[in-house]
Design a protein. Structure first.
Length: 77
């Protein structure tokens, strides 16, 4: 890996990775491995905090390829 690629990954620079050409689906899988939920990832893409992103949803968002309790915590379930 190049120094730039290492920086993108270690810095969790999600949107920059998209601009670099990384597949969105690969980022979802990588996020799941490191414990980042889908809503957290989507918020990052939009430059928002998780709370700001969730406030834009009409229904609670539970989906996450990471699964587990993180998804449940987001809507208080």
């Amino acid at each position: 890996m190049t120094a730039q690629e290492i920086d993108l990954i270690s810095g969790r620079k999600w949107i920059e990775m998209i601009h670099y050409g990384v597949s969105f689906f690969m980022l979802e899988k990588m996020a799941a491995v490191i414990g980042v939920s889908n809503p957290e990832l989507y918020a990052s893409f939009r430059g928002e905090t998780l709370d700001e992103f969730l406030a834009t949803r009409k229904v609670p968002m539970k989906y996450s390829v990471a699964g587990g309790s993180k998804a449940k915590e987001m809507d208080g379930a």
